[in-house]
Design a protein around this ligand. Sequence first.
Ligand code: PLP
Length: 395
Amino acid sequence: MDLESLRNKIPITRNYVYLDNAGAGPLPLPTVESIHSFLDKWSREGEPWENGLRTIMGLKDKVAMLLNTRASGLATIPNATTALNAIIATLVMELHRSKRGDIKVIMDSYGFPTNYYTLLQLKKKGLIGEIVLLKGLHSDEKVAELEEAIDRRTGFVMVDHVSWRTGIAVDLRNVSKIVHDYGAFLVTDAFHSVGSIKVDVSNQGPDFLYFGSYKWLMGPHGAGFLYVSSRVWDYIEPLYLGWLGVKDGVLDRIAGGEELFERELPLWDFEAPLSSNSFEWGTPSFVSFVGLSSSLSFMEKFGWQRIFERITSLARVVREVLGDIALEVRSGEESGIVIARLQDPLTVVARLRKHRKIIVSARPGFLRISPHFYNTEGEVEEASHAIREEVKRPK
Ligand SMILES: Cc1ncc(COP(=O)(O)O)c(C=O)c1O
């Protein structure tokens, strides 16, 4: 489908030049309609529970293609933070069970703040030992620092694929090789990469990778995915299990085309599955996944490769116009996030919205401009020039 027809189905494009897709992507009309019809059906005919489960199975196939993996490697998650905590709790428990008492963890400090909270809490409780902070893993020099810091005591390394505060993409393949050489695990937040740049978990090698859907995938809140590499299925068994994911539980029965409740669910003889289903615990927010499924179908109409190319090329236009105020991307791959350093970002954001109908976001000390595939070159140039003018405006 051509760009203009798709833009016609994104209502925000009629009102604003919207360049805060790293904050939240806009919902396309078909997504809103699918959510509405799911709720409408529920209100008139009863809970569409099996419809919801079937939507999730279809969605897993779509997401598996997008990440170059298999659907069995994916579990639904309600948000990135829940996935992170589930992974880390599981890893810490398993590392203790295998008697690696004094666990060292290496973390990229350009990751999202939640990463700090989870790790520092575990350290406070004495469940992990040392935390080593590295500032960005996006260049050869920085990766050399990782090689120096890592050792056999290292339990896992946490790095965001694309940093929310630099917009630079880490070379996951390079990092995962080092991490695996030391028998450690790589845990990756991919909220700013999935849907905006190519992610290929089979080649890039993270052990755990998770993302929500309400940014680059243009989905609603409450729907995301966790990928768990088959390399770790034998080793990793979560602390908690749920009725959806156990062997011969709901998901297995649906996948096998079986009537769900014809037989008792397993009780004393339950087993954890050797798949990411072990992280499927309870009923997901079906309505959110129904919406996400429509958003992905919408984006697929344009084509993922074209989407990735447009995003990086539009971001490049922003960087060129902003010139010296834009954070340079010296090494590391590009993404859809451009950072512009300035003193009073809140005022600039408010003026752009009020006087020019341009939406970008402010963070302490910088503006974040994040174009998506549906933005036009004209919009991006206009907004970038407007930002330059605002920044240079005498105070
Ligand atoms: C990189 C990254 N990770 C995690 C989060 C938090 O996601 P959630 O609140 O959905 O758990 C955000 C939110 O902006 C983010 O940018």
